[in-house]
Design a protein around this ligand. Structure first.
Ligand SMILES: [Fe+2]
Length: 326
């Protein structure tokens, strides 16, 4: 079985027009709209559907705040989808709709689905970089971007009560064959789908740590070409009035440069670039949360003062449960 990414996200939002305006400004392609919602896509082929939170076609709501009501994961072929269906049926209830998408819930009741997903090849460009000792660019500026145009859905994140994190993590590992790639001690666990190598496909964070209750939608991350495209996207969003509570930074835990924008449809939407890729040899590490979290480009937020502990430990052998990591 190989889960090869995120094929679709279905939002339930308080205000369809605002949520649509945000994703237009964010740079997604608007494919269709009517008074019930809007359908967007990215170059890789994934879709982002905006619906009103009372829309009867949405899955049952388990979230304390608005956000994505169902994530449809991509599976690489029909045979593997059939195999997954059997596995899911052995765990609980699973249904298949007329377009072939499987629908189920995870171990704590969060709705999710699966369908065959043929990822389009994304055209990228090598953008030359100059460093102190390597010059790739003579008589030339860096590539100029007019607008950010996210190419793919990279990962998603939820918050959950601390006691549920072990259960969710085990379900993704045992049922979906994800692997734990890193752990931020007491804060979050990072899991990577078996058909991906780009650090994490989902992360689950302790709700209490971000002053949330129950299960909440946290964010979706979209891949862009490089930091220039990310900055142009951030500038454009700011000019349209969309805020960010953290600005531009680099996560140390995955090396990804990130910009989280506040999404009126729920949670945040992130531009991401330059993330680490992992082989099968990768060993998960346990990080001091603040050390693993980020380095900032601008003012350090209060919680990142003073200097974090430079504390990161490589795990050998089996990964302990999230709650057992000290
Ligand atoms: Fe993220």
């Amino acid at each position: 079985m190989a889960i090869n990414g995120i094929a679709s996200l279905i939002y339930g939002v308080p205000d369809v027009a605002e949520a649509k305006r945000f994703y237009v400004d964010f740079g997604l392609t608007l494919d269709r709209e009517d008074d019930k919602g809007a359908d967007f896509s990215v170059a890789e082929g994934a879709t982002i559907l905006i619906r009103h939170m009372t829309d009867p076609t949405l899955r049952e709501n388990v979230l304390e705040r608005p956000g994505v009501r169902e994530t449809i994961w991509g599976v690489d072929n029909a045979e593997n989808l059939d195999e997954l269906e059997k596995k899911l049926a052995a765990q609980g209830e699973v249904s298949r709709d007329e377009d072939g998408t499987l629908h189920t819930v995870d171990a704590v009741g969060i709705p999710l689905g699966f369908r065959v997903f043929e990822r389009n090849v994304i055209a990228g460009e090598h953008v030359p970089t100059n460093t102190v000792d390597t010059v790739q660019r003579w008589d030339a500026n860096r590539k100029w971007y007019e607008r950010a145009q996210p190419r793919l859905i990279h990962h998603i994140g939820y918050t959950a009560p601390k006691d549920d994190i072990d259960t969710i993590e085990a379900w993704y590992v045992d049922v979906l064959n994800f692997r734990v790639t890193d752990i931020s001690r007491g804060l979050a666990t990072f899991l990577l789908a078996d058909g991906r190598q780009d650090h994490h496909s989902i992360f689950i964070m302790d709700s209490e740590q971000v002053k949330a209750k129950g299960i909440t939608w946290n964010h979706v991350s979209f891949g862009v070409e490089n930091i220039d495209e990310l900055m142009v996207g951030a500038n454009y969003l700011q000019r349209q009035g969309w805020g960010s509570f953290m600005g531009i930074s680099r996560h140390r835990i995955s090396s990804a440069i990130n910009y989280y924008a506040n999404n009126p449809g729920g949670g945040e939407s992130e531009y991401l670039t330059d993330i680490d890729y992992l082989t099968d040899e990768w060993k998960p590490r346990v990080w001091d949360p603040r050390f693993g979290m980020m380095m900032w480009s601008h003012e350090i937020p209060d919680f990142m003062n003073p200097e974090p502990d430079w504390d990161v430990t490589v795990l050998e052998g089996e990964v302990p449960k999230f709650s057992e990591i000290r």
